[in-house]
Structure formats: structure tokens, C-alpha cells
Design a protein around this ligand. Structure first.
Ligand code: CA
Length: 230
């Protein structure tokens, strides 16, 4: 699964250089030029990591970082801040605002890629799903790929299991239909078919989960999320 990286930077040359190098490393890359667009994109595309420049037009990098880290839906997304040499003290502020790491400009692509990999690895360890997860009457055993509701086994198809696993893994964050489709089915079709594929599987999954079906929440015009609170 290709990890998705969002670059938030207003300097075109840096964006170009980053896009080239990150794609070469096998990452999926999107970019935008200011903080407002970043906040919008993050909710729609749920990146695995954000490279956030400190100096941006409008909302600056620190403000964007603060907002993302405060929202439960986005707080787990790792952020690497880009700062200039003259902003030493801002770097420190950036870290206290919850950024996961920072890189000082000018930097070598190799250095940044190494940092990205390290941050992703850390985030992965931190977010690791336990082998067995119990939510209400629902019990999911990720190692055995088995699911039960009220101690009765539930037969899921491979895709239904993947769908449930992905929703559980992000701990309540919303996932768009496109994101689910890309990561579970991984093929491109006409938009209408895409949307329906996910919806159809959600419907059968809900039916099988019976009393716990209510935990799969539809986010209108967007996708789904899993509610673990009662
Ligand atoms: Ca900038």
C-alpha cells in the first residue's frame, strides 16, 4: 500500500523537488500552497504524513499544525515541519505545537526521505492495532481474521473484513469512499461504480454485524467512520 504524503508549501521549486523525490521513493504525493487548502485536503484525502512549511501565505504552518493536532480526526497524522535556518526558535515552537519532526531548509532530499520513513515507522508502532479488539459486543481477532458478535462467529468476506479493519485502524477518523476504494480494491472505475462498491459492502457488513452495525456511521457525501463509544 502506497503511503500518501501531503506537501503544504508555497515555493514551487521546493514542491517540484519534493514531488519528484518522494514519488521516486514510491510515495503517493499531493500538494497545496496554503494552510486553508491544507485543512480542506486533509479531511478529504487523509494523508499518512504531512510535510508542512512554516512560512505560508494566510494561515502559517504553526497555526495549521495546531488545528490539525487539536482535532481528533486529524491528530494522529504525523507532521514534519519545514523551517528556514533563521527560524531556529520557531522550530522549537513547532515541536511544542505537536509536529513530529522538523527539517531545516536547505535540506537534501535524502535527509528528508530518511526523516519521513522514521516518522512513519514511529507512527505505525504507535497506532498498531492490537491482535484482538473488543468494542461493545463486537470482537475482532486480527491474527485469526475472525469476527464475532455476542460470542457468535460472524462470517465475513475478505473485502468486508478489510473494510472493517481499515475503519477500526484509524480509530474513529472518517474515511472517504475513494480512500477505501483505493486501499481495499485499488482499481479505477467510473465514479458511480466506485461509490456503489463501497456502499454495497458496507451494507452487507452492517447486516452481518447485527446489533453492532450502528457503530458504522455514514458521513453524508463523504464516506464512513467507526464509532466505538456507546
Ligand atoms: Ca514558504
Amino acid at each position: 500500500m502506497k503511503e500518501k504524503i501531503l506537501i503544504v508549501e508555497d515555493e514551487k521549486d521546493i514542491v517540484k523537488m519534493l514531488e519528484y523525490n518522494l514519488k521516486k521513493e514510491g510515495f503517493q504525493v499531493t500538494s497545496c500552497r496554503d494552510g486553508e487548502d491544507a485543512l480542506d485536503l486533509v479531511l478529504r484525502e487523509v494523508p499518512d504524513l504531512i510535510i508542512l512549511d512554516l512560512m505560508l501565505p494566510g494561515l502559517d504552518g504553526l497555526e495549521v499544525c495546531k488545528i490539525l493536532k487539536k482535532e481528533s480526526k486529524t491528530s494522529l497524522i504525523p507532521i514534519i515541519m519545514l523551517t528556514a535556518k533563521s527560524q531556529e526558535s520557531d522550530k522549537v515552537i513547532g515541536l511544542t505545537m505537536g509536529a513530529d519532526d522538523y527539517v531545516t531548509k536547505p535540506f537534501s532530499p535524502r535527509e528528508l526521505v530518511a526523516r519521513i520513513k522514521a516518522v512513519l515507522r514511529r507512527a505505525d508502532d504507535k497506532n498498531k492495532t492490537p491482535e484482538i479488539l473488543k468494542v461493545g459486543e463486537l470482537c475482532v481477532d486480527f491474527a485469526k481474521i475472525s469476527v464475532s458478535v455476542k460470542n457468535k462467529p460472524v462470517e465475513l468476506t475478505a473485502k468486508e473484513f478489510e473494510l472493517l479493519k481499515m475503519l477500526l485502524k484509524v480509530k474513529g477518523r472518517m474515511l472517504s469512499r475513494d480512500y477505501l476504494l483505493d486501499n481495499i480494491w485499488g482499481y479505477d472505475h467510473a465514479m458511480e461504480i466506485q461509490t456503489r462498491t463501497v456502499d454495497v459492502h458496507i451494507r452487507t457488513l452492517r447486516k452481518k454485524l447485527k446489533s453492532e452495525a450502528r457503530r458504522i456511521i455514514t458521513v453524508k457525501n463523504y464516506g464512513y467512520r467507526f464509532e466505538s463509544e456507546d
